[in-house]
Design a protein around this ligand. Structure first.
Ligand code: 5GP
Length: 184
């Protein structure tokens, strides 16, 4: 790759923040809670690509309800670790959420800008109800308040990778969540 003109960034995994077992146990708890809260209903999950794909794949299997699901992709951070605040839809839903009990599945809520935008956009499409499940939340970084109904873990203000979360499209396949240190 030609790196001319780009500042060199070295990256290193500092430590594991959440191990595999801790993540899986918490997902089972969230799945039971969601199963209870939506008892007797059919649930439509919308996972936000690509980061939430792994969390979504695990949580759907811990929900004992009739479910359907869809995917939406929004503009990602690319190599950056700071939100630009600009959100755009890269891949829209296949099905209309109108009249459905929708659960939006996210990997991490950081500033809240992505979810704020998506909630506004989805509400315009008239779901019967709309709730949010996010595996991670960084409350210290919030710029805009978004009501997250199901949170896996609140984490400190660190850049994390693994379990679906990337840096420059890498690390998504790690089974745990790790802190990445970036040095310029
Ligand atoms: P927000 O709009 O809430 O600032 O950012 C949400 C998106 O930013 C997440 O879906 C995720 O793609 C990205 N993001 C925020 N914090 C982190 C982080 O610590 N690690 C990674 N890999 N992505 C993050």
């Amino acid at each position: 790759m030609d790196n001319r003109g780009e500042s060199r960034v070295s990256e290193s995994i500092e430590r594991i923040l959440l191990d595999k077992e801790t993540i899986q146990n918490r997902i089972r708890e969230l799945g039971s809670q969601i199963t209870q809260d939506y008892a007797g209903k059919r649930l439509h999950l919308i996972a936000i690509l690509k980061g939430a794909s792994i969390f979504h794949a695990d949580i759907v299997r811990s929900i004992a309800l009739e479910i359907s699901f869809d995917f939406i992709a929004v503009g990602s951070y690319g190599k950056l670790t700071q939100s630009s605040g600009e959100v755009r839809i890269l891949k829209d839903l296949d099905e209309s959420p109108e009249g459905k009990d929708v659960l939006l599945v996210e990997d991490i809520v950081d500033t809240g800008l992505t979810l704020h935008y998506l909630v506004r956009t989805l509400k315009e499409r008239h779901p019967k109800s709309l709730k949010i499940a996010s595996l991670l939340s960084k409350p210290a970084r919030r710029k805009i308040d978004v009501p997250v109904d199901y949170i896996g873990f609140e984490i400190p203000d660190e850049f994390v990778v693994g379990y679906g979360l990337d840096y420059d499209q890498r690390y998504r396949n790690l089974p745990d969540i790790r802190i990445l240190r970036l040095k310029t």
